[in-house]
Design a protein around this ligand. Structure first.
Ligand SMILES: [Zn+2]
Length: 253
């Protein structure tokens, strides 16, 4: 039996997801925390030798550059998820408008009804995982057909989903996993560790919070945290191929 905190399992109502994380053949949180702590340590130590490349990725790009950045991340996500032959609808991108309330820190939204990704103005190093995460939502809504969409197709999923935990845990855990792997690939390609630090750190902190039973106090973001937590277990057991398998229908909601 795994040692996932009971309070979180009780809140996850996705039967398929729960079935997959039952009876995990390892001791759970401690082991996962070690894995992500080591990844983070490695990324941070290589970061000290990358001063020369860092300035070009530290700048906040102008709005007109966003479509090119999204195109780069789209290619990476499509490759990771084996979607290169699929017809994914076009997705627009913009910075948040003046009326959007910032939640602090780099953040983004995917609007299903407008096929639009909106992101906060931030540096290229943060845009890497942010765009990969939001584009992963675009893929989910374009080809995975989340069951609730039939009744609610005009809603803004990122907001609407906060009341629909069953699906949001799945969608956010999946999108965060995709963003983490794609950012790690970019890190290797550009020899720039800062691309992968935010998503790996996010996973590490989520696991630490879970260990201290503190996740439930973070109400606004808990579908991300719960998703990360459950996907950390699932990925550890079944490997990073789960993200691709889910997109290609080898998984029930
Ligand atoms: Zn999201």
């Amino acid at each position: 039996m795994n040692n996932l905190p009971k309070s979180y399992l009780e809140r996850c109502t996705n039967e398929q997801l729960l079935k997959r994380i039952e009876n995990l053949p390892f001791n759970g949180l401690e082991e996962l925390i070690d894995i992500y702590a080591n990844q983070l340590k490695k990324l941070k130590s290589s970061g000290t030798q990358e001063k020369n490349v860092s300035s070009k990725f530290k700048k906040k790009p102008p709005a007109k550059e966003l479509p090119f950045l999204l195109e780069k991340m789209r290619k990476s996500v499509d490759k990771f998820l084996n979607l290169e032959k699929e017809e994914i609808p076009f997705c627009n991108i913009a910075y948040f408008g003046a009326d959007t309330i910032s939640v602090g820190g780099p953040s983004g939204l995917y609007h299903y009804s407008r096929q639009l990704i909106e992101v906060e103005r931030c540096s290229k190093k943060n845009l890497c995982w942010l765009l990969a995460h939001e584009y992963a939502h675009h893929v989910q809504f374009s080809i995975m057909n989340p069951p609730f969409l039939s009744q609610n197709s005009s809603a803004l999923p990122e907001l609407e989903l906060s009341t629909n935990l069953q699906y949001s845990i799945f969608l956010e855990g999946h999108a965060d996993g995709v963003a983490r792997h794609v950012s790690q690939r970019h890190t290797r390609r550009h020899s720039f560790s800062a691309f992968a630090i935010p998503p790996v750190k996010r996973m590490y902190l989520t696991l630490q919070y879970a260990k201290k039973e503190k996740l439930s106090t973070k109400e606004i973001t808990d579908h991300h945290d719960l998703g990360n937590l459950l996907f950390a277990y699932l990925e550890h057991r079944e490997g990073p191929g789960i993200y691709k398998a889910m997109v290609h229908g080898e998984y029930d909601w």
